[in-house]
Design a protein around this ligand. Structure first.
Ligand SMILES: [Zn+2]
Length: 64
């Protein structure tokens, strides 16, 4: 599982998220203010692009 952090859009508290869960549509709650963080349509493509690049890097690293 790839874990990462994003800042809460409301209070800027770092929220630990699992990228694959997020991509699957899972929403995460801010531990501080209980705001819900999930992917909207516009950010989905951004995360997907980032993950694709990340996978490509892993493949390259594996071959090196
Ligand atoms: Zn918050």
């Amino acid at each position: 599982m790839e874990n990462t952090q994003i800042n809460c859009p409301v209070c800027q508290t770092p929220i630990r998220i699992e990228v694959y869960s997020l991509l699957s549509g899972v929403k995460f709650s801010c531990p501080n203010c209980s705001a819900t963080v999930g992917l909207c349509q516009s950010s989905y493509s951004k995360v997907e692009t980032a993950m694709t690049k990340f996978e490509e890097l892993k493949v390259k690293a594996g071959r090196a």
